[in-house]
Design a protein around this ligand. Structure first.
Ligand SMILES: NC(=O)c1ccc[n+]([C@@H]2O[C@H](COP(=O)([O-])OP(=O)(O)OC[C@H]3O[C@@H](n4cnc5c(N)ncnc54)[C@H](OP(=O)(O)O)[C@@H]3O)[C@@H](O)[C@H]2O)c1
Length: 271
């Protein structure tokens, strides 16, 4: 994205955390920013970024997605950021919760992407950023549904960028590590009463929440997102937070089974 050009940037989930910080970063650079929230009218002043045009969007509701897309107009940059964190042993995850998570984290983002790609291609310029998760690249218990949604997003992005890049439209995935936002307080958790996973799950979640509380700021992630969007030829994958360069290097060097053991140890689990 040329630093001189004023672009129209759409950021889903711009009312808190990474999305809000990203909205602030793009707005500060003079771009026209459309941010979304399920309830823009009831956002507290502290949840709004000045100058951002907040619009209603509930990604779990197909009618809401269609309404939002219908009113959009030309979009140069789409940041698919909105998402929910979910945790629980696979055997105990309710089917409707998994479906809702995929609707929010994957299908909603893909519907938005499909809506903006043709216009981007016609205008010869476009950037789509999928906010995935570093967990999508590392093994971890009790996060299978969440990680599956993030791996799905990355799969769409990694393959579709081959299709669109000849037209000046670049699709990219950003994988944040542990980031200190309110996501962990809003995480949905599922564990059966008397579950055989109770002890491990409880210990793991406490450690995960602690690590997230010690994570980097959402502003640092926003900086990476803006840099990716502004690159002449954005790369396929950017990771930020949780010592990403070191972690990805270790992952390349070590056998997967050793990596599993290291991660288990860092979360106090015996594997
Ligand atoms: N925090 C981390 O450690 C971390 C790490 C890796 C990846 N990520 C990813 O980064 C993204 C942002 O996370 P965050 O930590 O900034 O979370 P957050 O503070 O909880 O923000 C989530 C945003 O998503 C929106 N949202 C929630 N449900 C929605 C729905 N049904 N439809 C549309 N929008 C919805 C919320 O807006 P309203 O409530 O106003 O609708 C909110 O603005 C997520 O995709 C998350 O998976 C986060």
């Amino acid at each position: 994205m040329s630093t001189n050009a004023t672009r129209t940037v759409v950021i889903t989930g711009a009312s808190s955390g990474i999305g809000k910080a990203t909205a602030a970063a793009f707005a500060a650079r003079g771009h026209k920013v459309i941010g979304t929230s399920r309830n823009p009218d009831s956002l507290a002043p502290a949840d709004r970024v000045p100058g951002v045009d907040y619009r209603a969007l509930d990604l779990t509701d197909r009618a809401s997605v269609a309404r939002f897309v219908g009113d959009l107009g030309a979009v140069d940059v789409l940041i698919n950021n909105a998402g929910e964190s979910q945790a629980g042993p696979l055997a105990e995850l309710p089917g409707d919760a998994v479906e809702r998570l995929f609707q929010l984290n994957v299908f909603g983002a893909i519907a938005l992407t499909q809506a903006v790609l043709p216009g981007m291609r016609e205008r010869g310029y476009g950037r789509v950023v999928m906010v995935g998760s570093m967990l999508g690249s590392f093994p971890m218990p009790y996060r299978s549904s969440y990680v599956a949604t993030k791996a799905a997003l990355r799969g769409f992005a990694t393959l579709a960028r081959f299709e669109e890049s000849p037209f000046g439209v670049w699709i990219t995935t950003i994988e944040p590590g542990q980031i200190d936002t309110g996501l962990r307080e809003r995480r949905t958790k599922y564990l059966d009463e008397g579950s055989p996973h109770t002890t491990d799950f409880t210990n793991f979640m406490a450690k995960l929440d602690q690590k997230q509380g010690e994570g980097i700021t959402p502003e640092k992630v926003a900086k990476t997102i803006v840099a990716a969007a502004e690159a002449e030829r954005p790369g396929p994958l950017y990771a930020v937070g949780s010592n990403a360069p070191l972690m990805f290097l270790v992952r390349r060097l070590l056998p997967r089974t050793v990596m599993e053991k290291l991660i288990a140890a860092s979360y106090g689990l015996k594997r």
